[in-house]
Write a protein that binds this ligand. Structure first.
Ligand SMILES: Cc1ncc(COP(=O)(O)O)c(C=O)c1O
Length: 394
């Protein structure tokens, strides 16, 4: 129920209408793309007092506001900021809440560039960075100290999909007055709403499912009441916002994200189940598979899965290249969440606690919107090429 007693709209209804105010724009269904640096004031008093809704392009336009409002509604957030990449959606909140002498506690199965930022820029600024094993997320209280100002999570983990007890980690952080942030990109706000679980800040690479078409980079940071003001002030102080044409593309993608995600998830699950039975595959790392280590944690906290998972090839110290190079439909390239399938060999050499599996190399698969049988045939081709190479070498 919403506060007026009406039943709360379902997720696809929210996606279709969130942030939309056609009556503000003569009935046009979509908001205008407003490109702006200068915004005029009626007189110098208004300029001095900044007494109008829009003041300067950097601090927001009707276009950015529409996407921010849609995302805040989906996340149950007090407010959302937009930034030019998913990586900037990680770095801006970390800069907002950390200072010299602070301690940052970060899960070890983190997106590689997030770790790089923590280990370089944050360390240079005098922040102490400590990683924790995703398996002990419910027991991080004893790692939190007076100087711990941020606990940074990502679930499932990048490339290896470890699940965390997110609520337990957030409770431990809040008890110590630390801000909890999570990279929530994999689940999208349709499958997980971090703020409902005590997390303060939810981060998305909108580049992935919200945009959905591999043609735009953007990030969002949605925050609760306690953290929103400081986050917004930091964004404006750093001089970062998203460009209006890009914002429009993400808003357009968002409207169909629910149906796309259903299709990505369904095909991914069917392929994951099939791959699990394949002799060349040692393990499938997909939280929705009952055989997966963190499956129960996923089931308890998440409402669904998306279309990104990994396989561990049965090939100790082997090279995944023959498999990946034989694929014809799956492209070889970074990113995910778009309409086309992708495969990438995964480098886990930066891990300190959540180490690489020892059965063989890990390949991450982004399952696109193609037909299941075509994708299965392609993967079969790749696995056959791998077996042929192994036979030749062995
Ligand atoms: C989990 C996760 N977070 C953040 C990002 C960064 O997004 P972007 O590519 O928009 O910088 C990525 C990109 O792959 C990602 O996988």
């Amino acid at each position: 129920m919403d506060p007026t007693g009406k039943p709360a709209p379902g997720p696809n209804t929210r996606l279709a209408h969130g942030g939309n105010r056609p009556s503000d724009y003569h009935g046009f269904v979509n908001p205008p793309v407003v490109r702006a640096s200068t915004i005029l004031f009626p007189d110098s008093a208004a300029l001095k007092g900044r007494s109008q809704r829009y003041t300067y392009g950097l601090s927001g336009t009707p276009t950015t506001e529409a996407l921010e409002a849609a995302l805040s509604e989906l996340e149950g957030a007090a407010g959302t900021i937009l930034v030019p990449s998913g990586l900037a959606a990680v770095t801006v909140p970390l800069l907002a809440f950390l200072s010299a002498g602070d301690h940052l506690l970060m899960v070890d199965c983190i997106y590689g560039p997030t770790r790089r930022f923590a280990n370089t820029v944050l360390k240079r600024l005098g922040v102490e960075v400590e990683y924790f094993d995703p398996k002990r997320a419910e027991g991080i209280a004893d790692l939190i100290r007076a100087e711990t100002k941020v606990v940074f999570l990502e679930a499932p983990g990048s490339n290896t999909f470890e699940m965390l007890d997110i609520g337990a980690a957030a409770r431990a952080a809040r008890a110590a007055n630390a801000v909890t942030m999570i990279d929530n990109t994999w689940a999208t706000p349709l499958h997980f709403r971090p703020l409902d679980h005590g997390v303060d800040i939810s981060i998305h690479a909108l580049t992935k499912y919200p945009s959905g078409h591999s043609d735009v980079l953007m990030g969002s940071v949605s925050a609760n009441e306690a953290t929103y003001r400081r986050l917004r002030d930091t964004q404006l102080t750093l001089g970062i916002n998203a460009a209006p044409d890009d914002v429009y593309l993400v808003l357009r993608g968002l409207r169909s994200m629910g149906v796309r995600l259903d299709r990505h998830a369904e095909t991914a699950m069917r392929l994951a189940e099939w791959l699990e039975g394949h002799e060349a595959v040692a393990r499938v790392l997909h939280p929705a598979l009952p055989s997966f280590d963190g499956h129960d944690l996923w089931k308890r906290q998440f409402a669904g899965a998306s279309g990104l998972f990994s396989i561990v090839l049965r090939q100790p110290h082997g090279d995944p290249a023959p498999f990946v190079d034989a694929l014809e439909l799956f492209g070889i390239g970074w990113s995910w969440g778009g309409f086309e399938s992708l495969a990438v060999p995964v480098d886990l050499s930066d891990r300190t606690l959540a180490l690489a599996p020892d059965e063989g190399p890990v390949v991450r698969l982004q399952i696109g919107l193609e037909d299941f049988t075509d994708l299965r045939t392609d993967l079969e081709r790749g696995l056959a090429a791998l077996a042929a190479r192994q036979n030749k070498n062995g």
